[in-house]
Design a binder for this molecule. Structure first.
Ligand code: GDP
Ligand code: IMO
Ligand code: MG
Length: 424
């Protein structure tokens, strides 16, 4: 099997969880390589809905190894709660079925606290983060003050790392933000206990992935967030704090670029964004509200209403370049049924090139004819209404890539598989 990176090509929530769930039975391993529990990946299987924040979306397939790579920031409370929630549903997460890199960085309680305090302090200028401590955890990683997962397994080492970090954090929390200091002994005891529970899952993820790659089993790299939330390539500062583009799959897992065979971009048939920042094709008023209602566009992590708008081909063309996309998966096409015509952004006024900032750009729209029929029973492109087929074809043309998977509903089987990569 090829090694495949799957990334969001818009602002997140493109349906990555569903696509990874569809692909993962063919793959030996599924790897999360960046982000943390700011992600919310939804899987709908046999009428059951499961939202994963940290566990890779291959976890429902008993044969795949699910890896949390070194590039992830891991909140141990969230990981253990997810494992417990699956157990309560009768699905045991065994060591080996889940492998956690010793070098993933830990989201500590001061990270979540500082995330919330910073946002509050910013007032109207806030980013609209998920409040999960992601930014502060990546700051500490880059600032060489971070705590590794492996540090949780050794209380003496954890104490040392906390002694180096916590006094400064407490000064910031108390003196700058007026909050309450964290008690070092309590933090040490709580996090050492998490370490004990996580220990059986911790193993050399790099070695494991290379063994799998050598055996040709196929590795699926599951991106979180989306291209325009990338800290370098996104709509900075309204971004997350990690690289979300396909290149990050290598640094965040320890697998080199020469082992990557395919890069799949996931796109919604329209566009959504949660949190602040520019969004050229945003549809305000009743039109945006219709997309939000029909598409059930509420955040899988925070429950916030997602901002909704039209498909932006200029944006996705840029995503194709910075990720090196080889093909696309198109989701939520069913949500567009019932519209008379559907605007698609084909470029921005006054510029051929992708602009350095999306603030204030004006989209150029092309109106494509809509269709009335419900798509959820369609299982081949031939059975899609004619205008719907034309819509899919026009997106392929505008982006210059094949759409090899079309999703027509949230369920695992509500899917049209086209290219060989996706077919069982
Ligand atoms: P992710 O973060 O990229 O994994 O996406 P989310 O899970 O946050 O958001 C996607 C939402 O759309 C979830 O509620 C999915 O169940 C749902 N979904 C995925 N594909 C489809 C589709 O083709 N049609 C519809 N109607 N819903 C879908
Ligand atoms: P998935 O993987 C959509 C957004 C937040 C905010 C910005 C920074 O489900 O697609 P952060 O908490 O990361 O510091 O927030 O990024 N954001 C997401 N938006 N989907 C996500 O993940 C997101 N993860 C973060 O709303 O605007
Ligand atoms: Mg999501």
């Amino acid at each position: 099997m090829p090694n495949v990176v799957v990334v969001g090509a818009q602002w997140g929530d493109e349906g990555k969880g569903k696509v990874v769930d569809v692909l993962s039975p063919k793959m030996a391993a599924v790897v999360r390589f960046q982000g943390g529990n700011n992600a919310g990946h939804t899987l709908k299987v046999d009428g059951e809905t499961l939202i994963l924040h940290l566990l890779p979306s291959g976890i429902l397939h008993p044969t795949s190894t699910n890896v949390i790579g070194n590039g992830v920031v891991l909140d141990p409370r969230v990981l253990l709660a997810e494992i417990d929630a699956l157990r309560a549903r009768g699905r045991e997460v065994r060591p080996g079925h889940l492998v956690v890199s010793p070098h993933a960085h830990v989201i500590m309680p001061y990270h979540t606290r500082l995330d919330a305090m910073r946002e509050q302090h910013l007032g109207r200028a806030k980013i609209g983060t998920t409040g999960r401590g992601i930014g502060p955890a990546y700051e500490d990683k880059a600032g060489r003050r971070g705590i590794w997962v492996v540090d949780l397994l050794d209380p003496a080492r954890l104490r040392e790392r906390l002694e180096a970090t916590l006094p400064e954090k407490n000064r910031m929390i108390v003196d700058w933000y007026g909050g309450e200091a964290l008690d070092p002994a309590a933090v040490l005891a709580e996090y050492a206990a998490y370490g004990e529970r996580i220990a059986p899952y911790v193993a050399d993820a790099v070695h494991l992935l290379h063994t799998i790659a050598k055996g040709g089993g196929g590795i699926l790299f599951e991106g979180a967030q989306g291209t325009f939330l990338d800290v370098d390539h996104g709509t900075y500062p309204y971004v997350t704090s990690s690289n979300t583009v396909a290149g990050a799959a290598c640094a965040g897992s320890g697998v080199g670029p020469t082992l990557i065979d395919e890069v799949v971009g996931i796109v919604k048939a329209y566009t959504t964004r949660v949190g602040a920042g520019p969004f050229p094709t945003e549809a305000h008023g009743a039109v945006g509200e219709r997309l939000r209602t029909v598409g059930a566009e509420f955040g899988a992590t925070t429950g916030r209403p997602r901002r909704c708008g039209w498909f932006d081909a200029a944006l996705v063309r840029h995503a194709a370049r910075v990720n090196g996309l080889t093909r696309l998966a198109l989701t939520k096409l069913d949500v567009l049924s019932g519209l008379d015509s559907i605007p698609v952004c084909v470029g921005y006024e006054g510029t051929e090139a992708f602009p350095g900032s999306l603030e204030g750009v004006t989209p150029i729209y092309e109106d494509l004819p809509g269709w009335a029929d419900d798509l959820r029973e369609c299982r081949s492109v031939d059975t899609l209404p004619r205008n719907c087929r034309a819509y899919v074809h026009r997106l392929e043309e505008l982006i210059g890539l094949p759409i090899d998977l079309v999703s027509v509903g949230p369920g695992r089987h509500e899917t049209i598989l086209r290219g060989d990569l996706f077919r069982p």
